[in-house]
Design a protein around this ligand. Structure first.
Ligand SMILES: NC(=O)c1ccc[n+]([C@@H]2O[C@H](COP(=O)([O-])OP(=O)(O)OC[C@H]3O[C@@H](n4cnc5c(N)ncnc54)[C@H](O)[C@@H]3O)[C@@H](O)[C@H]2O)c1
Length: 398
């Protein structure tokens, strides 16, 4: 196995992969920053994980640093773990598929429509080559969600006519600029706040909740309209992303998904999903289903809940070890990522955004050149502030 992106999630994913029952060995690591790679290596080889030590076969010469590190690590492995921030996922996924590797990749899988198309094309190739691909939308690997979903599909709450999804909480870390950083280094260190690499928090986190509703509907929205902005988290340390988005996603059958995501301290917090059907409703976090009068239909016994982060690796590596082709998560990963991007285009512009137009728009926000001194498409002004979308003024389509 090779790890590409040795940060928080990469470290966790490697430990989970090494903890499966299969004969897995980590043979290569790649990161754009040496300090991030070193701290990951230190952690996975620490006494805390002594039982995994003999599964770590990474040598000095198989620890790769830089923008091309992934190209050196991928050929050394049978399975590739892609856990960089999402802006690099299309490039890394494509390379891993072209090299014929099985893949675990984190969500989101892109940050713009051009990246989505690249992932969809590589997903087709992965299918043709029978490469197992698991995407870290881990609710698909969580027992309670699987049990609820079975019952929804069996019709327990009737036809789904409306849904809600929330990722409302305090927000995440921020990394300050230091004088020696080039603009590329700064944007990579403080990646959460730049769309080309993060996608905004509607994509980076809220995708989980939006994806659950797509799963229930077995479909993707045809359009989105919404509102959002930067009310509290603004200033030069916070790049260009919004701190709140409220979006109505509309599916072809008229079902509306009301989606909210907010990163504002001291506000009402909730990370959850709910669907309403003609015969009842489902609350996912509580893992309960009730009829239209509120009488219990089903409650999942949370004592049986699993750790879905572990299960996604258990199932992936078991399939690989048995030579089975079982997982093709990339297409849904791309389309759920696209749903969240649709929402961002709607809140940034203040317009109704249609799926077909957006996914085929070719919108491409990535830098054209990956180098420390690259000329970045997004630059701060003389006060260190970045341009931020303004609903009503920001336009994607004439
Ligand atoms: N499924 C989940 O619940 C979950 C939870 C946390 C994070 N994630 C996802 O995992 C991904 C990583 O998040 P994180 O929290 O680990 O971030 P992080 O910043 O801790 O780690 C990202 C790592 O990637 C490295 N990197 C950046 N660009 C690179 C490149 N071009 N080549 C190689 N390495 C590169 C960084 O230096 C860093 O070490 C994100 O997509 C995030 O959404 C998913």
């Amino acid at each position: 196995m090779a790890l590409i992106g040795c940060g928080g999630r990469g470290t966790g994913a490697v430990l989970q992969a090494l903890s499966t029952k299969q004969n897995v060995k980590l043979v290569a690591m790649a990161d754009v920053f040496k300090d991030r790679l070193d701290s990951c290596y230190k952690e996975i080889t620490s006494d805390e994980f002594a039982s995994l030590k003999n599964k770590i076969g990474v040598k000095d010469e198989t620890r790769f640093v830089g923008f091309d590190a992934y190209q050196k690590a991928i050929p050394l492995a049978d399975v590739v773990i892609l856990t960089t921030p999402p802006g690099f996922r299309p490039m890394h996924f494509e390379a891993a598929v072209n090299a014929g590797k099985h893949i675990f990749m984190e969500k989101p899988v892109a940050t713009d429509p051009a990246g989505i198309q690249r992932v969809l094309a590589a997903a087709e190739k992965a299918k043709a080559k029978k490469l197992n691909v698991v995407v870290g939308l881990q609710r698909h690997y969580q027992n309670s969600y699987r049990e609820l979903m079975k019952r929804i599909q069996d019709g327990m709450v009737g036809d789904i006519v409306s849904a809600s999804a929330w990722w409302n909480n305090d927000g995440v870390w921020m990394k300050q600029r230091t004088p020696s950083m080039t603009e590329m280094e700064y944007q990579l260190r403080n990646w959460y706040y730049f769309n080309w690499i993060c996608g905004d928090h509607i994509t980076e986190q809220h995708i989980h909740n939006i994806d659950v509703i797509n799963w229930v509907k077995n479909a993707y929205p045809v359009k989105a309209r919404g509102t959002g902005g930067r009310e509290v988290r603004k200033g030069k340390d916070y790049g260009e992303i919004f701190d709140h988005h409220i979006v109505e996603f509309e599916y072809a059958d008229g079902t509306i998904l009301n989606s909210q995501c907010r990163h504002i301290k001291g506000t009402w917090a909730k990370v959850d999903e709910m669907v309403i059907g003609t015969k009842g409703k489902v609350m996912f976090d509580a893992a309960k289903m009730v009829d239209s009068k509120g009488n219990a239909l089903y409650a999942y016994d949370k004592k049986n809940e699993n750790n879905p982060y572990q299960t996604e690796h258990d199932e992936l590596f078991e399939a690989i070890a048995k030579g089975k082709y079982q997982f093709a998560d990339a297409e849904n990963g791309a389309k759920s990522t696209m749903t969240s991007i649709l929402g961002r285009l709607a809140t940034y512009s203040g317009q109704v955004i249609e799926w077909d137009k957006a996914i085929n728009s070719g919108i491409d926000i990535a830098p054209k050149n990956f180098a420390w001194d690259a000329d970045m498409p997004l630059k701060p002004d003389a006060n260190g502030l970045y341009p931020v979308a303004i609903p009503g003024k920001t336009k994607y389509f004439s």
